[in-house]
Design a protein around this ligand. Structure first.
Ligand code: 13P
Length: 251
């Protein structure tokens, strides 16, 4: 099965209206010459502006979080999946390690958010990955196994069919210390095998992105892995030239 390459940007809590405008202009011009699908996940307040600027292009707008609740109601400060869809979002990041660590998101919350995303017509980009302590204690596979089994046992089949997975080793995020291409491929293969134990067809078509200090100069080596279908890019997605450089590395 050939999976289409996919590069998604995660701006985290960065950006401004002007930055969204400038970035979109450059990306829309570059997109026709890039051989992969593209998405940019921006802070909530910029999603609608981004979606308007990307209209008519192949680039998908996205957000970085959503409420676990499908029902609208008394959830002060929360944003639902259908509100994001209203603003033009196609994707939403779910379960980023920063949300798991700083906002107490458990595997159960991640499942509920992935379900809520799909119920609203969005594609969830679900993040998994181990900490440095867990890797050094040789627990990487056990941690990933737990995170994946929460998804395969908790999510509907339709959610898993719509899901994009991002393997983001926490020790590689924002550190400048990317996983090596061999480490990334080994984990991606392990992740796909875990899904295959549950459903071979879904495993085969599941896009698995690598995230953690991806830059234009290490991207093509990382993308050489047979199970590395693209990247979820943090810092380097804030500058249009480095984001485009990473997308070009897809060949
Ligand atoms: P960096 O690319 O800045 O390491 O961040 C990765 C990330 O967390 C993307 O979600």
């Amino acid at each position: 099965m050939s999976r289409r390459s996919f590069i998604a940007g995660n701006w985290k809590m960065h950006g401004s209206a002007e930055h969204v405008e400038d970035f979109s202009r450059v990306l829309v011009d570059a997109a026709p010459s890039l051989n992969c699908d593209l998405a940019i996940c921006v802070p909530f307040v910029y999603v609608e502006r981004l979606a308007r600027l990307l209209e008519g292009s192949e680039i998908a707008p996205g957000a970085q979080n959503l409420s676990h609740s499908v029902e609208h109601g008394a959830h002060t400060g929360e944003i639902s999946g259908s509100m994001l869809a209203d603003c033009g979002a196609d994707y939403v990041i779910v379960g980023h390690s920063e949300r798991r660590e700083m906002h107490g998101e458990t595997d159960e919350v991640v499942v509920a958010k992935a379900e809520a995303a799909v119920a609203a017509g969005l594609r969830p980009i679900v993040c998994i990955g181990e900490s440095l302590d867990q890797r050094e204690a040789d627990k990487t596979e056990a941690v990933l196994k737990r995170q994946i089994s929460a998804l395969t046992s908790g999510c509907d089949r339709q959610t898993l069919e719509r899901m994009v997975l991002a393997y983001e080793p926490i020790w590689a995020i924002g550190t400048g210390r990317s996983a090596t291409p061999e480490q990334a491929q080994a984990v991606h293969e392990f992740v796909r095998t875990q899904f295959a134990d549950w459903d071979a067809t879904i495993a085969d078509s599941l896009p698995i992105l690598y995230g953690g200090s991806v830059k234009p100069d290490n991207a093509s080596a990382l993308f050489a892995g047979a199970d590395v279908d693209g990247a979820l890019v943090g810092g380097a997605s804030l500058k249009s030239d480095s984001f485009v450089g990473i997308a070009r590395a897809m060949g």
